[in-house]
Ligand binder design. Structure first.
Ligand SMILES: Cc1cc2nc3c(=O)[nH]c(=O)nc-3n(C[C@H](O)[C@H](O)[C@H](O)COP(=O)(O)OP(=O)(O)OC[C@H]3O[C@@H](n4cnc5c(N)ncnc54)[C@H](O)[C@@H]3O)c2cc1C
Length: 385
């Protein structure tokens, strides 16, 4: 096979980036291949950081062993942060001063934690291995933790902290955990799950600032009340890491805007993973998905597009989240659903199906994983609900 481009550079050494370089070699690409990332660690997996940050599991799980990069003739540049994309000269400028020229480029710089208005320096968060190690190292002697944000990450961290015997208070601005994403009824189910484990979830509550006093932290709430804790963890969401792309001519409004094949508006530049906002023909909408399976599939797909394929990326998003003994799996989308149907096949399990204009678009299964494939198929077929 003749390579359509030579010298491919992938920026962002994580899930999407590793799968992109792997796909290049699998597709027979023989040219130069560089994977560059801002972190000093070799690319690693993020979901295990939840367990490792709260004291369990392995400290780090690399996505591929060091020898894999040599075996696939991939130049791995670590500690190398992209600071500017110059598409006119086809060069990525980096923090080390080293310009990295490219013929084809994959943008895979993912997400970064969203900041917290006042007192952010007192907060721990879990986005990177470094963050997880910092939190793990700080937990000794801690009895009471406040977690700000009851999204998936906040709730998984809460479960880990509660299981380790600590008292946990969660502050959430929405009326129920996950309510914005999954609706009030499912949110109340998660509220009950955490309450059964002794967690206090304060809903419809806004944290506005965090102050350090002696060895403790005071979380100020919008209603004038405050909570004192030994440690405060922020899980207030993530935003796309697009700073280095400003001024490049790309549209970076909530992610890098791509077409259905994950191509950007710049020639020979594609995007994949948490950072890509692409048009998904299956749902007839532009979406950005911050989930592990999506990053794997998009890394592979974006590379195929760079190497000449024009197939659209029409995947059904998938997300898994384990909290205590609840195994939650979600397929499809739930935003803009106009009807939600809830069934509880047994105590401790729940199935919610989401529809838009009478067509099934999503399904959530808690301790009912056997039903997932059926629902994923229905979503793919745009089946009526
Ligand atoms: C703690 C945690 C738990 C999670 N658990 C789950 C889960 O259970 N299930 C699930 O589906 N998803 C989960 N996710 C989300 C999932 O891990 C992400 O969707 C996935 O990692 C996205 O991969 P990515 O390669 O697109 O981006 P990222 O993993 O965000 O990686 C981007 C990489 O690019 C680097 N980078 C950023 N800017 C630059 C720059 N300017 N120059 C060079 N490099 C740069 C970053 O340092 C990073 O290494 C979790 C995420 C976290 C943080």
């Amino acid at each position: 096979m003749e390579d359509t481009v030579d010298n491919i550079v992938v920026v962002g050494g994580s899930v999407a980036g590793v799968h992109a370089v792997e796909a290049a070699r699998e597709r027979g690409y023989r040219g130069s291949l560089t994977l560059m990332g801002a972190e000093s660690e070799m690319p690693y997996d993020r979901p295990p950081l939840v367990e490792s940050s709260t004291g369990g599991g392995k400290p780090i799980q690399h996505l591929r062993p060091a020898a894999w990069y040599d075996a696939h003739d991939v130049t791995l540049l670590r500690d190398c942060r992209a600071i500017e994309l110059d598409p006119g000269n086809r060069v990525v400028r980096t923090s080390s001063g080293l310009p990295v020229p490219y013929a084809g480029l994959v943008i895979a710089t993912g997400s970064q934690s969203r900041g917290f208005a006042a007192g952010g320096e007192h907060l721990y968060s879990v986005r990177s291995h470094e963050d997880a190690e910092a939190l793990r190292g700080r937990l000794t002697g801690v009895e009471h933790v406040v977690v700000i944000g009851a999204g998936f990450l906040g709730l998984e961290l809460t479960a880990g902290l509660a299981l380790s015997g600590r008292r946990v208070t969660v502050i959430e601005v929405a009326p129920a955990p996950l309510a914005r994403v999954l609706g009030d009824a499912v949110g109340r189910w998660f509220l009950g799950l955490h309450e059964q484990h002794g967690v206090d979830i304060m809903c419809s509550t806004l944290a506005v600032a965090v102050d350090a006093v002696d060895d403790r932290y005071i979380v100020q709430l919008a209603d004038g009340e405050s909570i004192t804790a030994d440690l405060v963890v922020a899980a207030t969401g993530a935003e796309p890491a697009v700073e280095w792309l400003r001024g490049s001519g790309l549209d970076v409004t909530d992610g890098v805007v791509c077409n259905a094949a994950l191509e950007t508006t710049l020639t020979d530049v594609v995007a994949a993973g948490d950072i890509a906002r692409w048009y998904n023909p299956l749902f007839d909408e532009s979406m950005r998905v911050q989930q592990w399976t999506n990053a794997v599939e998009q890394g592979r797909h974006a590379m195929a597009s760079l190497l000449g394929s024009d197939e659209p990326f029409t995947s059904v998003p998938f997300l898994g989240s384990d909290q205590y003994d609840a195994r939650m799996r979600f397929v499809g989308v739930s935003n803009a659903a106009d009807s939600v149907r809830i069934e509880q096949p047994s105590s401790g399990s729940l199935v919610a199906t989401y529809a838009r204009d009478g067509v099934q678009v999503g399904a959530l299964c808690i301790n009912a994983t056997g039903q997932l494939a059926h629902h994923a198929q229905r979503i793919k077929e745009r089946a009526p609900m």
